[in-house]
Design a protein around this ligand. Structure first.
Ligand code: HEM
Length: 456
């Protein structure tokens, strides 16, 4: 198929649902109310237009321009940590694992884990992605005429993937029970203590974290899986890759406790985010006939009717563009926060040690300085034969040393699942006017995403 077929004409552009950014002169009370209900509804217009901004005179500094983002996430990364409040919140899941680790400990873990998450390794996992998506399609087709919540369905697929790809052979526990337990545990962890928003970050240093009652049981399952796998034959999955992972400099491997902490952490970091990237991509594709047609043409040209395999993933170029554009408009991680470790400057703004700096990815992705027609859906922006968005103006996976470890995993999974679904079924959005992005822990469709599904 020719490249021209993949680009969409301007008249066909879709403007998907998004709040109108409020003017900064909206009253503080109104902003606070919006913030409580839905953070992105409270992002003032200035965040979409200016380089940096302090919405309150002595409050948090928001940084938006590529140069300001670069200073915080790359050049001065050693002096901007995720902060004590963040560590306090995620420690109950990650324990001593990657997301809470700092300094040398973080370096050693990151280097070892990166050797497992290399893009070339992710192709080994393609069958897990295809199988989980294939099972979901069978489920939908076998019960036709029923409205389906695609957000819940995508969550089920990505959870199946993570269990199959990390813990294959984990037949001795009940999936539904484990998934319910994990969901309860993550919800507890994700509840931001209200003090966190008002107290200085140093208040949280050394303070205890919530201790979810589910944690010990879940970790025991992870540890028993690891022990079993150390004794058994290699299986070519993510756990195997992690068992073999070594820090290339020191040769250090993960010990079993640290590996269990990280497995749990990877589930938390990867499950909800990948689910949402897929949910929004499906919503956009189902809302825009030319995109859906171009997706199906591509999948059929690349893989015919066969299961999506490792060798297809890199050739599903337009499918990847749709996912990239979905994450531009609806970035699952809509806001990153950092705390300055010393007095410094960002784009000419003074930042004192202990002050919080926010990176509002949602607003950054809708800056007209970086994207033409920024509120419109146009996967053509990510056509690899065109100029790509400026570095640090597109950050679905963050940037710098702490950039998402699982980005290649997530993209390979999302491409395989989206391709499998659009080829197999016809999707009809129910109540498209009700779809609305709401920023809680991540950016999700309020009330789910209801669709009718028909065999093609
Ligand atoms: C579309 C899906 C995903 C999105 C949008 C996403 C987004 C992000 C972002 C924005 C960060 C940076 C956080 C910061 O700088 O404060 C991050 C970090 C991280 N992500 Fe992801 N992620 C996704 C999938 C995954 C998956 C599938 C895994 C693992 C299987 C994963 C593991 C991690 C880890 C371990 C980190 C921390 C890295 C470090 O601190 O060194 N992510 N992710």
């Amino acid at each position: 198929m020719g490249r021209e077929d993949m680009s969409l004409s301007t008249e066909a552009l879709l403007i998907p649902p998004a709040p109108e950014p409020p003017r900064t002169d909206t009253s503080l009370l109104a902003l606070a109310w919006r913030m409580r209900r839905n953070q992105i509804e409270a992002f003032p217009r200035a965040l979409f237009e200016e380089d940096t901004r302090r919405p309150l005179r002595r409050g948090v500094l928001f940084v938006m321009s590529p140069q300001a983002v670069r200073t915080v996430l790359r050049e001065e990364a050693d002096h901007f940590s995720s902060g004590a409040l963040f560590r306090r919140m995620v420690r109950p899941v990650w324990g001593r694992g990657l997301l809470t680790a700092q300094g040398r400990d973080w370096h050693v873990q990151r280097r070892a884990a990166s050797s497992a998450f290399r893009p070339s390794n992710m192709t080994v996992l393609a069958p897990f992605f295809s199988n989980a998506a294939g099972r979901a399609v069978e489920r939908w087709i076998s019960a036709p005429g029923r409205a389906i919540d695609m957000h819940a369905e995508m969550a089920r697929i990505t959870f199946d993937v993570i269990l199959d790809a990390m813990l294959s052979g984990a037949a001795d526990f009940d999936r539904a029970t484990l998934s319910g337990t994990l969901a309860r545990m993550f919800a507890r962890v994700n509840r931001v203590p209200i003090t966190g928003l008002f107290l200085p970050d140093r208040y949280h240093q050394g303070r205890a974290s919530v201790r979810p009652p589910e944690r010990d049981g879940v970790l025991a399952i992870m540890r028993s899986m690891i022990a079993k796998r150390r004794e058994g034959e290699p299986v070519s999955d993510l756990l195997d890759l992690l068992l073999q992972a070594r820090d290339p400099e020191t040769g250090d491997a993960f010990d079993d406790d640290l590996l269990a902490d990280n497995l749990l952490g990877f589930i938390m970091a990867g499950h909800d985010t990948t689910t949402l990237a897929l949910t929004w991509a499906l919503f956009l594709a189902a809302s825009h006939t030319p995109t859906m047609a171009a997706l199906r043409n591509e999948v059929e040209a690349v893989a015919g009717g066969r299961e999506i395999q490792a060798e297809h993933i890199s050739r599903l170029v337009f499918t990847r563009q749709v996912i990239s554009e979905a994450m531009r408009l609806y970035p699952p991680a809509f806001l990153l926060t950092r705390v300055a470790g010393r007095d410094t400057q960002v784009a000419g703004e003074r930042v004192k040690a202990g002050e919080r700096v926010n990176i509002p990815i949602y607003a950054i992705h809708r800056r007209s300085a970086a994207f033409a027609n920024p509120f419109a859906f146009d996967p053509g922006r990510f056509d690899p034969s065109h100029q790509q968005p400026e570095r640090d103006s597109y950050l679905p996976f963050g940037a710098g040393p702490r950039i998402c470890l699982g980005a290649s995993f997530a993209m390979a999974e999302a491409v395989t699942v989206l391709a499998t679904v659009v080829r197999a079924v016809r999707l009809e959005l129910l109540a498209p006017d009700k779809v609305w992005p709401v920023a809680q822990v991540s950016l999700r469709p309020r009330g789910g995403l209801s669709m009718n599904v028909f065999r093609r």
